[in-house]
Design a protein around this ligand. Structure first.
Ligand code: HEC
Ligand code: HEC
Length: 267
């Protein structure tokens, strides 16, 4: 009888503890399912309900999607393949050289740009193929390049890439008798900020398929591209690898690495 009275709703202490327990449970659910997931990236894009489902361990595909939900934007449609980098009999350097007459105005007569357009001389084949196809499909924005790329056939792109890859590659101009020390970001990156060393992908130590040759590029072009990755205005890098790194870099670091790769002495 005593027990019944204790667990009775009429007992004011019982009522209070039930209310307190319910309140605490609700609070921790808000923290665990709403607040904590909201701190992680992608929360806003998927909505509160999807995040609650995810926090509770529901596989992403189960969470309800509104009928008009759009699939996440793709950064590029180009699938990089080793064969793109290899010379192939189906690619003609000679034909590429003829087609490249349309490009000399900005990219220079031998692929060395005198303006702020990127150099193409010695650029990796697969980079030229990928970038031209990204312009063609609107995955990389540039009024000039999108208009030009639209008129190129697949074979034209292959031949242009073969031609430009065959030209001598610019090296960073060494300005002082002693070698210019490379910035720490270039050599070792910034592990705490998830910035990998540039040389692990862009040549020097290793080249990752699709990572462009940077040495000798115009400084303004390098700064512009890093800022575009940083702001997301350029988003054609697969897995956001450059966007993530550029976001972690300060404007000062961007200026420093750009000056280094451009070979300018002002750094
Ligand atoms: C009127 C000037 C102009 C002409 C002509 C031109 N380009 Fe470009 N090109 C540019 C500029 C500027 C960029 C950089 C645009 C950007 O910010 O994405 C560029 C970028 C590129 C890139 C990307 C390079 C990289 O490192 O990411 C490739 C590849 C390229 N052009 C190839 C060509 C080819 C091939 C032609 C000839 C069919 C051509 N371009 C003609 C101005 C030009
Ligand atoms: C994990 C590999 C990786 C690392 C590390 C890396 N990059 Fe990149 N970077 C890429 C790839 C891949 C691309 C080409 C993206 C695309 O497909 O458009 C790229 C593109 C670029 C471009 C655009 C060049 C052009 O001509 O279009 C610049 C500039 C650049 N990276 C600078 C840097 C700098 C500076 C660092 C070091 C702080 C760095 N990257 C580190 C993989 C890397």
């Amino acid at each position: 009888m005593m027990n019944n009275a204790v667990f009775s709703w009429r007992n004011v202490w019982f009522r209070r503890s039930v209310v307190a327990l319910a309140g605490l449970t609700l609070l921790w659910m808000l923290v665990g399912f709403v607040w904590l997931p909201s701190v992680s990236v992608g929360f806003a894009s998927e909505g509160v309900w999807a995040s609650i489902c995810r926090a509770a361990g529901v596989p992403a595909a189960w969470s309800p999607q509104s009928p008009d939900a759009v699939s996440p934007p793709v950064s590029t449609h180009v699938v990089l393949e080793r064969t793109m980098a290899a010379p192939a009999p189906s690619r003609s350097v000679g034909r590429g050289a003829t087609l490249a007459l349309n490009c000399t105005m900005c990219h220079g007569s031998r692929g060395m740009s005198g303006s702020e357009a990127p150099n193409l001389a010695g650029q990796y084949r697969e980079v030229i193929i990928k970038q031209l196809r990204d312009y063609q499909e609107g995955q990389r924005a540039s009024t000039i390049m999108q208009a030009l790329a639209r008129n190129l056939k697949a074979q034209d792109i292959e031949d242009l890439a073969a031609y430009y890859a065959s030209l001598p590659r610019p090296h960073r101009v060494e300005t002082a008798p002693a070698q210019v020390p490379s910035p720490a970001l270039v050599r070792v990156g910034a592990p705490l900020r998830n910035v990998a060393p540039c040389i692990s992908c862009h040549g020097g130590v290793d080249q990752k398929l699709g990572a462009p040759w940077l040495e000798g590029m115009p400084r303004a072009y390098l700064v512009a591209q890093l800022n575009n990755f940083r702001s997301g205005a350029r988003a054609n890098d697969s897995h956001a690898q450059m966007r993530n790194m550029a976001r972690a870099m300060t404007p000062g670091e961007i200026a420093e690495v750009a000056a280094f790769y451009a070979g300018d002495d002002a750094h």
